[in-house]
Design a protein around this ligand. Structure first.
Ligand SMILES: Cc1cc2nc3c(=O)[nH]c(=O)nc-3n(C[C@H](O)[C@H](O)[C@H](O)COP(=O)(O)O)c2cc1C
Length: 333
């Protein structure tokens, strides 16, 4: 559904070519300083228009509609809305009946009986992730000393991600990317196994971002080739610090006090600049499609603030749950 979180809960709404997009945040305590200016830095980092990204130029001005009074949160739901201005629905006329291979067009058409807003991918567009970034700004304010950073490790298999994205834009064939997220200063004891293990919560959030196709924590899939003597992280301090961090800061679904580390695989977008085989939804016959519109050549370049925000949302919820169950405030006996 479009809501996530048990105690820190976000609800996302909007479409690429509708009037606007946004998010509502419930569970933020009152008394947290919050203003529109707080969103600028992260929204700027997510913004399109840089090399390798779509030329669609949205102003992305956040409007705090509710939940803030005299500069601080009130404890009521906070709704942050962004208007869409730079829309061009005519470029998407052709995908109405000839869906883009690999995009959400066909699946959404089947799920919603053809009533889905196909313009720019509608609710499946990366456009709505600006709301995620806004909620992330609120979430980060609740995380104390935790510091979340994400960086693009490679794009299209190349270490120079920007050069790879620029080449992809020139050739009109998008490339995928690998993005690493790290959280420093994580207290031990966060996580609510069985079903709300830290990996489960973060993976749920990461896979909610359009275009994410894989995630691995710590050493990740490489662990399948390792021996236990190589994989185990030896303890070096009573605070839980370990010499290595193959587990990515999580054991038993609970943070162990070491940095949380995970990597996310981002696909190349489906909107490629060549004629593709598709099917015509009106005639039922094979057809061809030439994608128009403005697209990102490497969406991965825009992912760091989005993934950081998703991580912040998950950790804010886990922190609230942990306080509710008293788990991290208990001294070991
Ligand atoms: C910030 C962002 C920007 C995106 N830009 C585009 C784009 O320009 N063109 C495109 O085809 N897909 C784009 N996507 C990806 C699609 O939204 C996504 O591939 C589609 O919804 C299908 O979902 P899936 O890839 O998770 O299966 C973008 C995603 C994000 C998060």
């Amino acid at each position: 559904m479009n809501s996530f979180g048990r105690l820190f809960r976000v609800t996302i709404f909007g479409e690429s070519h509708g009037k606007g997009v946004g998010i509502s945040v419930d569970g933020c305590p009152g008394g947290v300083p919050l203003s529109e200016a707080d969103f600028s830095a992260d929204i700027e980092r997510r913004r399109a228009g840089k090399p390798g990204t779509t030329p669609r130029a949205e102003k992305d001005i956040p409007n705090i509609m509710n939940g803030v009074f005299e500069g601080t949160t009130t404890g009521a739901p906070i709704m942050i809305q962004f208007y869409n201005a730079d829309t061009d629905p005519s470029s998407y006329d052709n995908i109405r009946n000839t869906p883009r291979p690999g995009h959400s067009d066909y699946a959404a058409y089947r799920k919603h009986g053809g009533y889905n807003d196909y313009r720019g991918g509608g609710h499946f567009s990366g456009r709505i992730t600006v709301g995620i970034v806004a909620a992330g700004v609120v979430a980060r304010k609740l995380l104390g000393d935790m510091k979340i950073t994400a960086q693009v490790l490679e794009a299209g298999g190349e270490k120079d991600a920007v050069a790879a994205a620029v080449a992809a834009q020139r050739e009109m064939v998008p490339v995928g990317a690998l993005v690493e997220v790290r959280v420093e200063g994580v207290p031990a004891g966060l996580g609510e196994p069985f079903f709300d293990s830290v990996e489960a919560v973060l993976s749920h959030l990461m896979f909610s971002v359009p275009g994410v196709k894989g995630i691995e924590f710590g050493t990740g899939f490489a662990c399948a080739k390792m021996r236990g003597s190589q994989f185990n992280d030896p303890f070096v301090h009573i605070d839980g610090t370990t010499r290595t961090n193959h587990s990515g800061g999580i054991n038993g679904g609970i943070t162990n006090g070491n940095p949380i580390v995970f990597r996310v695989a981002v696909r190349p977008t489906s909107s490629i600049g060549m004629v593709q085989d598709t099917v015509n939804l009106k005639t039922g016959e094979p057809d061809v499609l030439e994608v128009r519109g403005r697209h990102d050549a490497c969406i991965g370049l825009r992912f760091p603030p989005i993934l950081e925000s998703m991580t912040a949302i998950g950790l804010a919820d886990l922190l609230a749950m942990s306080r509710a169950t008293n788990a991290t405030t208990q001294k070991p006996r």
